[in-house]
Design a protein around this ligand. Structure first.
Ligand SMILES: [Zn+2]
Length: 785
């Protein structure tokens, strides 16, 4: 580039003006002046066009001068004299793109084009919301974000991911629905991250990462301040990452603060028969509300976040751990010594969670996940303070993910982040950082591929399927590497001081966010539809179909390990929870492959979708045990998976839920599972009802009642009861438009709630038998070979 820039020296410029553009000079003299982006008026100079073609589009001098000559002919034909007061640089750029297009030089057009949106769309956005992501609330900041998203997404597809590789062009393949590059609206941010609260308790809070732009807080001394700092940190993290943010074992790290609070707070209040200090209850309330109220980042999104807590702390917190006391003092110790205090906090927190907000509504953030081992079932205190309250919470709201850590050693260090993602590390250095409370782990970026399409393309040819899988994963690898290098430039530019703040001020100046230790995530959707298209049966329909699905996942995982070895970056397979991609892939496949395509939903109304990751078809009509039997073995291959158990519209008994929970943990390979129930919220009186109800006691009808549920990931708004009723009566095809309308998501919800799972669950046997194997991956491999 620098060599080419030098080529257009003053001498060259004069040469162009006198020899090449000479005959245009009289016309140029007559042109209106050019208004620059800095609002200055300048005399028209064709050599500036030559320079832009060379510098921004990498064209050689000869091509640049040829294009510029063509522009001059266009300008001559326009006879602009007297018609315009000035020409804008924007108009000149549009003309430069037109010439490139006329020459068939689309690459130059892509490099010179101006990204953005039509004026008309900008105006329309001021008066309407475009809800693609139901985690955002309607407000001016959200409208502003949707416009910013357009520019960054266009940049991602025009430049960052627009390059040719032996396996295709990532941007083109994304647009062609072969692969899916997630979070294109945030090219300069990493994806998800797991933080340790001790990072804040040790360093104090620098919300900007430096203390240069905002006030600095010392290490917190009181429980309520510690919680405020955690929530404010969460807000800052949401401005610097684009995916979920989580805290692991936060309750244990709060132990010394809870003990301190209990010394100050003499008044108690009874929770489920147990006296709890009022200050502890107040702090639990703050932690429950705050993440739902800090609509600070990403166009006003609540903190997209989770807390994962082990019922008993793992080794990195108990053996010679850095225990951070109020005020930031560090002593070597064991967090399990704070068990009494932590269990009281847990009880208070779960009580608040079950109570809900002032309207009785459920809390969405932080999403809770609780890690349980079979040997903890019989611990009477855990039962009283954690498991029983947890079951009450689940019965009321569905609520948390349960993390089965039966096979997880006590010395495990891992990232157990928002979306049932599990990243493990066996590095002694990481274990040391975890002990100090400054280990951050996460994923840089995520890419998925359209698995069912490969079955249509391979037409029954097994070998072709494997080839295509490799090609897709190789292509995603190239996209991920592009992001990795881009992110490296961003960090070097110093524009992300929050990410690059030191691990431990004055002690360990390495950056908090270490690019080289980030994982990248690979996923797909529709294993079920892939198997159905390739073998003629869905995964729940035969042992052969199920085994074929297992073998396919194993192959994908093995190939991801090869990519890890090739690149030195950890490529992890996980369940992508996004709800948009399965709809886009399925709808596009139905258009392209028609009768060959195996899709769920109704493609004629635009609501086709593929099943999430390795999940069974929600419309399979199988009971909860058959579902577990089918889905849990996939967790034996990759633990980053989630088993949904739909409670339907009923209020089940907490004891039944606990009984099933113990069975799943003890007898199945499910690593994460969650109970989901439908909840209807009344927009008029703000009360909450179990199930989908068409009438509220206050008199509100279907148009004022809104249903919340979990489709593939988090609880969110599905739509109004009116829209659901219309859908069920088949009237949805006539241009149905609802505030939260997303056809594929809607179809999946409707098909699921109308099948038998919910109903059968209420008739559950208190001691259900789950007969399938608890074999781990190695053993499964032997079975399948
Ligand atoms: Zn009401």
């Amino acid at each position: 580039m620098s060599l080419k820039k030098k080529m257009l020296s003053e001498k060259t410029r004069q040469m162009l003006l006198t020899e090449i553009f000479h005959e245009h000079m009289p016309m140029i003299e007559d042109l209106p002046p050019v208004r620059t982006i800095h609002q200055d008026l300048e005399k028209f100079d064709p050599t500036k066009i030559v320079r832009v073609y060379m510098e921004e589009a990498d064209l050689p001098l000869e091509t640049a001068e040829y294009y510029t000559n063509r522009i001059l002919f266009e300008l001559r034909d326009l006879h602009l004299k007297g018609k315009l007061k000035y020409i804008t640089t924007r108009m000149m750029r549009e003309l430069m793109c037109v010439i490139a297009i006329k020459e068939g030089d689309f690459s130059t057009r892509d490099k010179l084009t101006v990204v953005g949106m039509p004026v008309n769309d900008v105006e329309r956005q001021f008066f309407g919301y475009d809800f693609d992501n139901s985690n955002q609330i309607p407000c001016e900041e959200f409208i502003h974000k949707t416009k910013g998203d357009v520019i960054d997404e266009q940049y991602s597809l025009l430049k960052l991911y627009n390059f040719d590789t032996p396996f295709g062009n990532p941007a083109y393949s994304h647009l062609n629905k072969d692969i899916y590059i997630h979070d294109r609206d945030y090219p300069a941010r990493p994806f998800c991250y797991q933080h340790s609260a001790r990072f804040i308790f040790r360093n104090g809070l620098r919300i900007d990462g430096t203390g240069q732009y905002a006030n600095v807080s010392r290490a917190p001394k009181r429980l309520d301040v510690a919680i405020r700092h955690i929530c404010e940190f969460l807000g800052a993290a949401s401005r610097n990452w684009n995916g979920g943010q989580s805290f692991r074992n936060l309750f244990w790290e709060l132990g010394p603060f809870i003990r301190d609070e209990m010394k100050r707070s003499q008044d108690t209040k009874e929770i489920w028969g147990i006296p709890v200090p009022v200050g502890v209850i107040q702090a639990a309330q703050m932690l429950r509300f705050e993440p739902n109220h800090i609509f600070v980042g990403r166009g006003s999104q609540a903190a997209f976040s989770s807390i994962s807590n082990f019922a008993h702390p793992p080794k990195y917190l108990t053996e010679d751990a850095d225990v951070v006391l109020p005020g930031g003092k560090v002593v070597k110790g064991d967090y399990s010594e704070y068990r009494e205090e932590v269990l009281l906090f847990w009880l208070a927190y779960l009580h608040e969670s079950t109570k809900g907000d002032a309207n009785g509504g459920m809390f969405h953030w932080m999403k809770d996940d609780v890690a349980i081992k079979p040997r903890w079932f019989k611990d009477p205190e855990l039962k009283e303070y954690v498991f029983d309250p947890l079951m009450r919470y689940i019965t009321k709201f569905g609520g948390p993910y349960i993390h089965n850590v039966k096979h997880v050693g006590d010395d495990e260090v891992a990232c157990t982040s928002c979306c049932s993602l599990i990243l493990e590390t066996d590095s002694p250095d990481d274990f040391e950082l975890a002990k100090q409370g400054v280990l951050g782990m996460g994923a840089l970026q995520c890419g998925s591929f359209n698995l069912p399409r490969l079955a249509y393309m391979a037409n029954g040819d097994d070998q072709r399927v494997f080839e295509l899988i490799r090609e897709r994963l190789d292509l995603i690898k190239e996209a991920m590497l592009a992001k990795y290098h881009f992110m490296g430039k961003v960090l070097n530019a110093g524009v992300s001081p929050f990410l690059t703040q030191p691990l431990l001020r004055g002690i360990d100046e390495r950056p908090y966010f270490d690019l080289d230790s980030q994982s990248v995530l690979l996923s797909f959707c529709g294993l079920n539809e892939f198997v159905a298209a390739h073998m003629g049966q869905e995964i729940h329909e035969s042992k052969e179909a199920h085994n074929y699905g297992m073998r396919m996942l194993m192959y994908i995982m093995d190939y991801s390990k090869e990519l890890t070895e090739q690149t030195g970056i950890n490529f992890a397979i996980w369940r992508q929870p996004g709800e948009t991609m399965p709809g886009k892939f399925a709808q596009d496949d139905w258009h392209k492959f028609r009768s060959q395509a195996v899709v769920q939903g109704d493609p004629t109304s635009g609501s086709a979708y593929y099943s999430n990751f390795t999940h069974c078809n929600v419309n399979a009509g199988i009971d909860v045990f058959k579902k577990i039997k089918n889905e849990a073995p996939f967790h034996g291959l990759t633990r980053s998976n989630l088993l949904h158990i739909w409670l339907g519209e009923q209020d089940p008994n907490p004891d039944s839920i606990w009984s099933l929970t113990k069975k799943i943990i003890d007898k199945s390979l499910a690593s994460y599972f969650a109970f989901t129930k439908e909840i209807t919220v009344c927009n008029k009186c703000h009360s909450t009802h179990s199930g989908v109800v068409a009438q509220c006691g206050c008199g509100a009808g279907p148009s004022e009642l809104v249903v919340q549920s979990r489709i593939t990931g988090y609880y969110s708004t599905v739509g109004t009861v009116e829209a659901i009723l219309k859908w069920r009566s088949g009237k949805h095809k006539t241009g149905q438009k609802d505030a939260h309308w997303q056809p594929s998501k809607f179809a999946e919800f409707n098909e699921r709630v109308s099948n038998a799972w919910g109903e059968r669950f209420t008739k559950i046997d208190p001691e259900p038998e789950i007969e399938h194997s608890t074999k781990r991956k190695e053993e499964l491999e032997e079975v399948l070979v």
